[in-house]
Design a protein around this ligand. Structure first.
Ligand SMILES: Nc1ncnc2c1ncn2[C@@H]1O[C@H](COP(=O)(O)OP(=O)(O)OP(=O)(O)O)[C@@H](O)[C@H]1O
Ligand SMILES: [Mg+2]
Ligand SMILES: [Zn+2]
Length: 395
């Protein structure tokens, strides 16, 4: 039997297991506890942050045989409930039992009353038509029919119009969850009829904590720096981080080291990048050109190196331009990366940083076409560091 992929195996089955998104969890659980679940929700936010996961938990919970107090259709009141509950956290008592027949069917994704529509695959025309026809009928087995519409912004105009009519007069037994990564593409008419939740990207420490739970559950040993690099590679998406972890586990022996992770990610070690940037900031032309040759001789992928270099310089520039971003940057990078970004933000005047970045962006584009693989980088270094021959910066 095939091993279940991590991100499916560990999809949270209860509200308590959901990482972050506290505002969503507490509002939903409070609404369930008070018997005031809305008819239409919009889950907006970037990929892999738990939109589909929470939509499924919601659908399961309102249909659980062992959860009471639910009645759909009072979404207009949820605002006042939120106010009256103040900052009070989620209702810890509201969870699907995960044991009753209904819960099991929802968990397995075989519940007749759970309809998932992927608007990205065929833009939803037929599905929304079917939905409009089917929605008049009471749920087959469950208390509520739940419709989860993924990538809802991709629906066609016709599908949106059809959906709108349904949202205007939703039957008492229906609950809609529209999920989207591009909320600005949702029509205002739809937005005005849904209760909206914004899902936040995860910080590196949040992802790290989750991944560490998963590696322990899988009995996998992994170095702290390796885990942090996997977490950072997720760029705010837990799913992406979990996929990377999956790959890393599949391709390396235990204990998993930072070097394993870097080679699997095709990453160039931060030390190599910072070493090179140190030479640039010291105006050491001979050293920097020599360093390029060393990197090339060591078999470092020059594309990856240049990408990492630009990424690093960009962070330094952003930090120099806006020191308030310090906290956000420090939580999304490893300690070593952040220390280097911080140092380089101070090592160059900001106008020089922009010139260096511009020049390496050009070099990166030329790498693809250059018959001499090192030449674009050598040219960049020489032009940036040769005294009296600085490329004029165009405003
Ligand atoms: N808040 C979360 N708590 C725990 N695990 C999560 C969370 N968000 C995502 N995951 C993990 O990532 C996987 C994918 O999450 P999910 O499908 O809910 O993301 P999504 O927001 O719907 O993303 P997309 O916009 O790409 O559809 C889950 O199976 C789970 O393993
Ligand atoms: Mg999804
Ligand atoms: Zn149940």
């Amino acid at each position: 039997m095939m091993r279940q992929v991590i991100y499916r195996k560990y999809r949270p089955q209860t509200f308590a297991e959901v990482v972050g998104q506290e505002h969503v969890v507490s509002t939903l659980t409070n609404a369930i506890a008070l018997g005031r679940v809305g008819h239409a929700y919009l889950f907006a936010g970037s990929r892999g942050t738990g939109k589909t996961t929470l939509a499924r938990i919601l659908a399961k919970t309102v249909n659980c045989a062992n959860v009471s107090g639910i009645s759909a259709g009072k979404s207009a009141d949820t605002l006042s409930i939120r106010r009256s509950l103040g900052e009070g956290g989620p209702h810890k008592s509201v969870e699907p039992c995960n044991k009753c027949l209904s819960c099991q069917e929802f968990s397995k994704g075989v519940a007749l009353d759970l309809v998932e529509i992927d608007a990205a695959s065929n833009r939803g025309i037929d599905e929304i038509r079917e939905l409009r026809e089917g929605i008049r009928f009471a749920p087959a087995k469950a208390k509520y029919k739940a419709y989860i519409i993924d990538e809802a912004h991709q629906l066609t105009k016709e599908a949106f119009n059809a959906l709108l009519k349904t949202l205007e007069e939703p039957p008492a037994h229906a609950i809609f969850v529209l999920a989207t990564t591009e909320v600005e593409r949702m029509p205002a008419t739809i937005l005005s009829r849904v209760q909206r939740f914004d899902f936040k990207k995860f910080t590196v420490p949040q992802i790290e904590t989750r991944l560490s739970t998963l590696t322990k559950a899988e009995g996998v040993k992994i170095e702290a720096a390796a885990l942090r690099t996997v977490a950072a590679a997720g760029e705010g998406s837990l799913r992406d981080a979990e996929r990377t972890l999956e790959q890393v586990i599949a391709f390396s022996e235990s204990p998993i080291t930072l070097a394993h992770v870097e080679s699997i990610l095709g990453r160039v070690n931060i030390e190599k990048i910072t070493g090179f940037v140190d030479l640039l900031s010291a105006h050491n032309l001979a050293g920097a050109v020599h360093n390029l040759h060393e990197l090339s001789d060591a078999g470092i992928n020059l594309h990856e190196f240049t990408k990492g270099l630009i990424q690093h310089l960009r962070r330094a520039m952003v930090l120099a331009a806006s020191p308030q971003l310090k906290a956000a940057l420090s939580t999304s990078l490893t300690d070593e990366e952040f220390a280097a970004v911080h140092a380089h933000a101070n090592a160059f005047p900001i106008n020089q940083l922009t010139r260096v970045i511009d020049r390496f962006i050009r070099a990166e584009n030329e790498l693809r076409r250059s018959p001499l693989p090192l030449l674009p980088l050598e040219l960049a270094v020489v032009q940036l560091l040769l005294p009296g021959d600085q490329p004029r910066h165009q405003a």
